[in-house]
Write a protein that binds this ligand. Sequence first.
Ligand code: M6R
Length: 372
Amino acid sequence: EKAGYKHFMLKEINEQPRAVRDTTLGRVSLDSGQVFLPDLKLSQQDFQNATSMTIAACGTSWHAGLAGKFMIERLARLPVDVDYASEYRYRDPIPGSLGLLITQSGETADTIAAQAEMISKGTPTLAICNVVGSAITRKAQGVITTNAGPEIGVASTKAFTAQLTALFTLALYMGQQRGHVSSEQSKHYVDELAKIPLKLEDVLRSVDDQCANLAKTFSTANDFLFLGRGIHYPIALEGALKLKEISYIHAEGYPAGEMKHGPNALIDETLPVVCIATKDPADPTSVLKYEKTLSNIQEVTARSGRVIAIATEGDEEIGNLVEAVIHIPAAPELLLPILEVVPLQLLAYHIAVRRGCDVDQPRNLAKSVTVE
Ligand code: M6R
């Protein structure tokens, strides 16, 4: 049932091209750039009248929500708040016009409670979920199913990239409903989305050996830092969570620009720092962020930190600044997260295997957390 793979996690990492393809299939038209999400059951008026959105989720799904905020704000021009589901209902929250729950299982107790809170305050809820018929999908007004297929490994991988895909289609759909994306832009985005599965296959082929080699060098580290800016910051958080949960190495994700406000004090020659330094050359804000990230990298190396950079194909100069570079294919800024998380998953995986950890069943964790 592991299809020849040593662990479910590795099998599921390798299933990501298919998971992303199946989450896109039938929902976008390459000809017109239009997105179809009939199961949302909200009218164009509902989307046009909305003034804000609240996302609630836990763990990896919360990281997807943080990335989704960038997508929805950029494409649909709707302000988005992202909450930990476990915090949400304990402060008499003020929900936005629309609620969105993101959950692989659809059975996470905290996320169920956040949804109940939204519904009790009259907010329609949407769900991005991998399990049809689960508790959260039954209560939601509208659903986008992530067609990742069953995820067995406790560490979420393919469900995450499928969530990012679903969020991108939702953001584009809302942008179309609210009149913020032209049909030309839509066609471009749909076209780029359709290329992601092949690019994922590329990444899987090209980075696995490199991640296994880096694991040899870094598997004995006591701490790891993961840095990113903008939409890449949630991916830094996700990289840190993957490493923590399966290798038991302490790891933190941080917004790269915040380092000088405290965490720089942690850096020494023993600290591996994974920096997400990708860019979309066609997007000026992405390039600006990239340049700032380069100066953050220099701040780390000046303090003898050991930097592993995730960079875009063709960026060779970055190699002069850091100890190792993992290249991923170019893509629009909002789609890069789907590609850049893969080397982070593989790095965590190979480090955990080297440390002899139980990758699929880490200590103290359950696949779905059905108690609050
Ligand atoms: O099923 P859900 O997406 O609601 O689960 C949320 C978290 O429990 C889950 O993402 C958890 O953080 C994973 N083990 C992370 O790999």
